[in-house]
Design a protein around this ligand. Structure first.
Ligand code: ACM
Ligand code: ZN
Length: 634
């Protein structure tokens, strides 16, 4: 009888695969899966992929044929061959009536003689293919043919299915513009880690990115702003006479192309039209939708909150006519049952001063502007229902009363999600402290500009189902990549990976089965795979964590740590570069007299691995004082 080892550690797999394949030279990193399969047994022997191998679709189905083409598209650049679909191939795809695998589960059996992937639904075959692809050496991801490479993998028996149905990644394409091809690349990269939702944040104050045919100014005007680089919120507003040349938008044909691409990867696409706040670009296009005075230029990333209007006027019936037009086209274009309506961070000050909004409040017996927002969201839900769609909104939609069937996306921590779930609403958990992959992922002084912290370990410690919450109400979770400080796609990748991989594992394998010490060694293996695929990622997990604080007697003390277990930390206070010959950290540091900088670096096995971090003592003092203030406030 077969014994299934539940969640084998990477280390066990490593040893297991070595033991059964030593004389045959199977790559030792071949079983470093992300996400970790639920059940796996490593068998003896190996399978070798050659150009003679064919793919057999045992259950005739056009989707399985499409998956075979997908598999070929992934291996062909590196192997130099594609597998033919044939009768007696040794990679077999098979659908089964057995429902125990669910809609996305699969069984992958790799034997010397061939590979069989069995699933109840085609999506399961697709995920089995992802697992299979991760077994091949990293070079399989290369762009160029590896002429003499032998494509051998270990024999395994894997049974796997996801913990959560909603495994998402969001991309904000408003703050910075990402082309259709870049969006497709993002979808491709998240699907490789068995994520299945792409949340497309299509509109915001800095650009409206979706063609709405009945409202052409949304993209003729609202998709364009003055070009700027540099720190977000500290930019010069568009100047008189300056042209708005930065931006872009997706035509509905572009969207259809992206949707087809996503569907081939079993990725749902959830469009977000962020209203009634975050609507500055829409107001520039259609100023009549503002309460008093719409801005005349799309925001470039300069501060404007509370000064320039960015909220739709809820007092005007035209606003609802506008939303009806927008949602009619969005509903017709996007096949998913959900449309995300935003609802976050809505500044209510203009509504407070607006005679029409105030008249609406009186007419509808609304006590305050929160209830006015709730009135708007209720009407959005009715509009969406008429169009056969369901509403999702950020957790602020609970303020003033949640619409009856709304699904809540909880981002300001978990609390909004917990309350909504307890009240019988579906919830997607995306708490910033675990899921905001736009935040720093390590020591800020050596990271690109952003604000606040969400380390890889924070993403990995995410549990979407907090204690006491009805688990069936939590659909899952997602990583949110806001793009204020993400000007290029290469940098989007840097922010997305490896934190997105951590979230993928939490959401597929399940938080109960995560193990940090066994995760990060696999992350390192996936860095090698990403290198081969020319996908960018952050190595921030190698950088030291520097935590200054004041002791009870007022002395500055500095703790140095690392996220990983096996790094050494070296430091200096004498303005020289730290290395393996400068002091090695062993206990909290006190600053020597007259020192002006602390420099820190991490090493592994005698070699530098993290960045050199240089911090003025004054900065450490400032951080320690901030920590004290926070603690003092509690
Ligand atoms: C958000 O981060 N404003 C949803
Ligand atoms: Zn108004």
């Amino acid at each position: 009888m077969k014994t299934f080892l539940s969640i084998l550690s990477a280390a066990t797999l490593f040893i297991g695969s070595m033991a059964c394949t030593q004389q045959n030279e199977t790559p030792t990193n071949a079983l470093a899966f992300i996400p970790q399969p639920k059940e796996m047994q490593v068998l003896s022997d190996q399978f070798q992929l050659t150009r003679r191998a064919g793919i057999t679709i045992e259950t005739p189905n056009p989707e399985l044929e499409r998956i075979a083409h997908y598999f070929n598209s992934k291996i062909a650049p590196a192997t130099g061959f594609e597998l033919r679909l044939k009768q007696r191939g040794n990679i077999r795809f098979k659908l089964t009536d057995d429902t125990s695998l669910g809609a996305e589960g699969y069984h992958l059996l790799v034997k010397h003689s061939g590979v069989t992937i069995t699933a109840h639904q085609p999506a399961g075959i697709f995920y089995g293919v992802q697992t299979l692809l991760q077994m091949f050496p990293p070079e399989i991801r290369g762009k160029e043919e590896q002429k003499n490479k032998v494509w051998k993998i270990a024999c395994v028996d894997i049974t796997d299915k996801p913990q959560f149905a909603w495994r998402g990644m969001m991309l904000d394409v408003s703050r910075h513009w990402f082309t259709k091809e870049e969006v497709k690349k993002y979808i491709d990269e998240l699907a490789e880690y068995k994520m299945n939702v792409f949340h497309w944040h299509l509109t915001d104050d800095q650009g409206w990115r979706l063609e709405i045919k009945s409202l052409p100014r949304l993209t003729e005007v609202g998709a364009w702003r003055a070009p700027r680089v540099g720190q977000w919120w500290h930019r010069e507003p568009q100047q008189p006479g300056e042209e708005a040349t930065y931006g872009g938008f997706y035509t509905q044909e572009d969207v259809k192309e992206v949707l087809a691409y996503a569907a081939e990867r079993y990725v749902r696409v959830i469009p977000e039209i962020d209203v009634p706040g975050h609507s500055l670009a829409a107001l520039v296009a259609y100023p009549e939708l503002a309460c008093m005075k719409a801005p005349t230029t799309v925001n470039v990333g300069n501060k404007f909150y509370g000064e320039d209007e960015n909220t739709l006027c809820i007092g005007k019936e035209e606003t609802f006519e506008f939303m009806d037009k927008v949602l009619t086209e969005v509903a017709a274009l996007f096949p998913d049952e959900y449309i995300h309506i935003g609802g976050d961070e809505c500044f209510k000050g203009f509504w407070h001063k607006c005679p029409r909004c105030q008249a609406r409040m009186r007419a509808e017996n609304l006590k305050n502007e929160n209830e006015l927002q709730s009135y708007f969201i209720h009407r959005m839900e009715s509009l969406l229902k008429e169009k056969g769609k369901k509403l999702i909104g950020w957790d602020e939609i609970s303020e003033g009363g949640l619409a009856p069937d709304a699904t809540v996306m909880s981002w300001r921590g978990m609390e909004g999600g917990i309350q909504a779930a307890k009240a019988g609403h579906h919830v997607i958990m995306t708490p910033a402290e675990h899921c905001y992959i736009d935040l720093w992922q390590g020591e800020p002084s050596v990271e690109p500009d952003t604000y606040s912290m969400c380390r890889l370990k924070d993403s990995y410690s995410f549990n979407p189902v907090p204690e006491g919450v009805p688990a069936e109400m939590i659909l899952g979770g997602q990583g949110n990549l806001w793009a204020e400080s993400v000007p290029t796609f290469r940098h989007a990748e840097y922010m997305a990976w490896p934190r997105g991989w951590a979230l993928a594992e939490v959401l597929w394998t399940g938080p109960e089965q995560t193990n940090w010490d066994k995760f990060w060694p696999r992350v390192e293996q996936h860095f090698v795979r990403a290198n081969a695929a020319q996908i960018n990622y952050a190595r921030s997990m190698y950088n030291a964590i520097i935590t200054p604080s004041y002791t009870a007697d007022g002395t500055l003390e500095i703790k140095l740590e690392t996220e990983l277990g096996n790094l050494d930390i070296y430091y200096t206070f004498d303005n020289t570069d730290p290395d393996a010959f400068t002091p090695k950290y062993s206990e909290p540091l006190r600053v020597p007299k007259d020192a002006t900088w602390l420099r820190v670096v991490t090493y592994r096995d005698g070699k530098p691995i993290g960045k050199v971090i240089t911090l003025p003592i004054t900065e450490l003092e400032k951080r320690a004082a901030n920590t004290r203030r926070v603690v003092g406030n509690l």
